[in-house]
Ligand binder design. Structure first.
Ligand SMILES: [Zn+2]
Ligand SMILES: [Zn+2]
Ligand SMILES: [Zn+2]
Length: 273
């Protein structure tokens, strides 16, 4: 599988347009890996996970279109992940020469939100399906499994396991330290690529933070998954969903996580799983 990181920021993006902190200022002045758009990834140029506010511009930046995207998976409906209004651009009289549906999977909030955003325009160009945590399904040659994240109070948020040709990719954001039921479920998997978040970085409020990961909970989660054999010496682990609030540059975060076998994603990164 080819995993493209279209965006790797937490909710404000970097730079946050309203902010003049050290990181936002550096990102404006120097560009490069410190500039981050909101988080989304694409798998094999056909499965989109989350749609960020910059999604359309992210595709253009990468020289891509969404013509080949047949599936969208939503982790949850926070606005940095759920730019669902873009779907209207795929409806009749908005997008041309489209002859197959977009399959959209997510929790009930996401699917209801997508239905509402389409406002009756979807016709046969969308197939919307609520999926349940820990219920795997086969789809277009992939095995897709939502697992429960530890993130929001008002909805069940998902992380996704995507498998194809014996390879396994876990997209693990947004989430704090995973719930016990997800650790138990993951025990039967060996992950080739795991993407976790480090939104809170050095912000420590108890080692195992809810809502988002900090360094301490990221390291604890990775250690537990390594001890379980879910992550092995062959697994790649990347951190994403990076916030300017960390007050750390890309390079500083890299230095901080590398001893735990973790690398730091950046916008435009491509990985073969
Ligand atoms: Zn987020
Ligand atoms: Zn800032
Ligand atoms: Zn969120």
């Amino acid at each position: 599988m080819l995993v493209r990181f279209l965006g790797t920021a937490a909710s404000e993006g970097i730079p946050n347009p309203f902010c003049n902190c050290k990181i936002c200022t550096l990102a404006r002045e120097q560009g490069g890996k410190n500039v981050r758009s909101r988080a989304s990834v694409m798998v094999d140029d056909c499965i989109q996970i989350d749609m960020s506010p910059e999604w359309s511009a992210q595709l253009t930046r990468e020289g891509l279109s969404a013509r080949g995207v047949h599936t969208t998976l939503f982790t949850h409906t926070h606005p940095d992940h759920f730019n669902v209004g873009e779907f209207v651009s795929r409806c009749v009289n908005f997008g041309y020469n489209i002859d197959s549906p977009m399959y959209v999977f997510g929790n009930d909030c996401a699917i209801k939100g997508a239905f509402n955003a389409l406002d009756g325009l979807g016709g046969d160009r969308f197939v919307l399906k609520v999926v349940a945590p820990f219920m795997s399904f086969e789809h277009m040659g992939y095995t897709i499994t939502p697992i429960l994240a530890n993130h929001a109070r008002m909805e069940l948020c998902y992380n996704y396991i995507i498998q194809k040709d014996g390879r396994t990719f876990l997209y693990g954001l947004d989430s704090g330290y995973l719930p016990e039921c997800s650790f138990e479920f993951l025990a039967k998997y060996t992950i080739d690529l795991a993407v976790f978040e480090c939104t809170y970085a050095d912000y420590i409020e108890g080692v195992k933070s809810d809502n988002h990961l900090n360094f301490a909970s990221l390291f604890a989660q990775c250690k537990r998954l390594r001890d379980m054999g879910v992550l092995t010496e062959h697994s790649k682990v990347y951190a994403s969903h990076v916030s300017h609030s960390s007050a750390m540059t890309h390079e500083e975060i890299e230095q901080r996580v590398k001893d735990c076998g973790i690398e730091v994603a950046f916008d435009g990164l491509k990985l073969n799983v």
